[in-house]
Design a protein around this ligand. Sequence first.
Ligand code: ATP
Ligand code: MG
Length: 253
Amino acid sequence: MADQPLVRCERISKHFGEGETRVDALRDVSLDVFPRQLVALLGPSGSGKTTLLNIIGCILDASSGSMAFDGETVLSEGRWLKTNLRQLRLHNIGFIFQFHNLIPFLDATDNVALVLQLSGEEAGAARARAVELLDYLEVGHRRNAMPANLSGGEAQRVAIARALANRPRIILADEPTAALDSKRAGIVMDLLRKVAIEQDAAVIVVTHDEKIFDRFDRKFVLRDGRLETGDADPAKLDASAGVATVGGGAGGL
Ligand SMILES: Nc1ncnc2c1ncn2[C@@H]1O[C@H](COP(=O)(O)OP(=O)(O)OP(=O)(O)O)[C@@H](O)[C@H]1O
Ligand SMILES: [Mg+2]
């Protein structure tokens, strides 16, 4: 591929605690994700998926390893090179969390418009774009609702609109479709595909959701903190456990 990776992780390790309580959540994980790619991160519960997403999202420190965005090193030997991680996140990364994390005292529109205003957009334009995104995700009719009054699926769609509002080039999603029926899961995947193409973005999705397995360009499997070599072969996915086995050794990393 001619492009350079938009996200390059090199030998990232992360442990929590020390001594007897030490948990090695990630062990030497190396991963390249290219622009316009939709990548799935699979693996059993506790295998390190959320930990990896949080490090790529610059909201969790690594114990060791390096990371670059679009050729620019942001993490080297386990240390952040950028002092302003908040700005880095705001401008580059859209995060859809496992739980929606909406701000409880702002309505749906303002939850989405807020990130635009934080990056300097005027309030009216920010709200207009927010409503446009909410409409696209079929939750526009709930634009004045407070998060506590939204259903789980509605809140998740507002959170997705918020993650996409700033047109980030790196989109990270932790189980984005788990609360959605298959039609709405399809709308979300269509939107992520559209964003990947239009914004030249990379999309990394942690998922157990069989409904969307065939929507990804590449699938990677974490097991016990290690990324298994090569792309997962969808034909060998053990769907009942939400766990994948890896097809032939070639390709991948
Ligand atoms: N803050 C923390 N402190 C201590 N241990 C942690 C912490 N966060 C995660 N872990 C441990 O690290 C390992 C990986 O956790 P992680 O949340 O990344 O798993 P996951 O693959 O996302 O699992 P799930 O599918 O259940 O969401 C687990 O053993 C978990 O208990
Ligand atoms: Mg998780």
